[in-house]
Design a protein around this ligand. Structure first.
Ligand SMILES: Nc1nc2c(ncn2[C@@H]2O[C@H](COP(=O)(O)OP(=O)(O)OP(=O)(O)O)[C@@H](O)[C@H]2O)c(=O)[nH]1
Ligand SMILES: [K+]
Ligand SMILES: [Mg+2]
Length: 363
């Protein structure tokens, strides 16, 4: 039996197994098996299926991958937001390779990748699904483009495809400490009550992965799937923005309903509706911030900013300015929303905010 058949057998078995106390171990084991086969399926693809036209160099401050069914308007969006033209047409699979463009926004260069449309079964290699998914894994954010005139099944189908190859959208890594050891068996512990898993199931899942010595500490109430995610090293956790296009074709009530969904933005590429709103939300989801620098006795340099991630410290800023600056750092003077006073003297672990100005004082 091939891996694909094994996967489909297990999927069928999971579907027909009733969920209850008596079957939970069995289900946990099936899920572990499923995850194992799926990762086997992905292994050989790394080299063999790279595919021509998909090796695009990473550039700029962040990378965004456009993922969606055929003809939802991905190429139209790229041509509208960047100086790059990507052919758009009314027939499916117009785009066959990865086409990079650059969005210039608030001083940042955001690389936007137009990709072929993907369909159900993409993860198993249908269409150019595997190559597309491989590119998505390298992105800082997935911009999932959807046709607002179509039903939401498209969205769940795409989510399932990405899910099945280890891409987790808008989810953080489960808070489970996991470390393989040389001996000593499985040391299992938790810092909170667990309602979805117990020691026996943890053991079973680890054994399925041929792990017999490990330290496992649950720091939140996670289940079998979370544990499997932590064991598997091919998981990526990405923010996802759902972009509903073609709102020129639907009622205002429908637009309003979609726009209220979490992580969603509504646009019309053809009529250029709400593209500013899309850029704004992209900026937010990418968690980018601008930091301006200032030399002593001079006004801040507002023409040139550093583009960094939310949560960066003064130390990061020093590294971004020059690699030797962190060593020479004495203290910083910061003007902006991250401080109580402007300016305020700060140490190297002070956290910066968007549009802060900093002057670095050296030893
Ligand atoms: N009504 C409407 N049509 C649009 C809009 N944006 C794009 N389209 C149309 O949708 C069709 C497909 O657009 P593309 O940009 O080629 O779509 P794609 O997602 O790149 O398609 P593939 O590359 O084939 O996967 C074209 O006929 C576009 O003119 C929009 O906002 N409203
Ligand atoms: K198309
Ligand atoms: Mg296209």
């Amino acid at each position: 039996m091939g891996i694909l058949e094994k996967i489909s057998e297990i999927e069928k078995e999971i579907a027909r197994t009733q969920k209850n106390k008596a079957t939970e171990y069995h289900l946990g084991l099936l899920k572990a098996k499923l995850a194992k086969y799926r990762s086997q399926l992905l292994e050989p693809s790394k080299k063999a299926e790279k595919g021509e036209g998909f090796d695009v160099l990473k550039s700029g401050d962040a990378r965004v991958a456009l993922i969606g069914f055929p003809s939802v308007g991905k190429s139209t969006l790229l041509s509208t937001l960047t100086h790059t033209e990507s052919e758009a047409a009314s027939y499916e699979f117009t785009t066959l390779t990865c086409i990079p463009g650059v969005i210039q926004y608030k001083g940042a260069n955001i690389q936007l990748l137009d990709l072929p449309g993907i369909i159900e079964g993409a993860a198993q290699g249908k269409g150019r699904g595997r190559q597309v998914i491989a590119v998505a894994r390298t992105a800082d954010l997935v911009l999932m483009m959807l046709d607002a005139t179509k039903k939401d099944v498209h969205r769940s189908l795409l989510e399932k495809e990405l899910e099945s190859v280890g891409i987790r959208l808008n989810k953080r890594r489960p808070n489970i400490y996991f470390k393989i050891k040389k001996g000593g068996g499985i040391a299992f512990n938790s810092t909170c009550p667990l309602t979805k898993i117990d020691e026996k199931m943890v053991q079973m899942i680890l054994h399925e992965y041929k792990i017999f010595n490990a330290q496992v500490l649950f720091r939140e109430d996670c289940g079998a799937e979370d544990l499997i995610d932590v064991i598997s090293d091919n998981r990526v956790y990405l923010p996802c923005l759902y972009c509903y296009n073609k709102i020129d074709q639907i009622s205002i009530e429908e637009v309003d309903r979609i726009a209220r969904q979490p992580n969603s933005v509504v646009v019309s590429c053809n009529l250029k509706l709400n593209l500013d709103g899309l850029l704004d939300q992209l900026w937010e989801e990418l968690a980018l911030i601008r930091v301006y620098t200032k030399k002593p006795g001079q006004p801040p340099d507002f023409d040139d900013c550093l583009i960094l991630r939310r949560g960066v410290t003064v130390e990061h800023v020093c590294h971004a300015i020059h690699r030797t600056l962190a060593d020479a750092f004495k203290y910083g003077l910061v003007w902006g929303t991250s401080t109580k006073y402007s300016p305020q003297r700060v140490g190297s672990n002070h956290v910066m905010a968007d549009e802060d100005v900093i002057q670095v004082v050296k030893k």
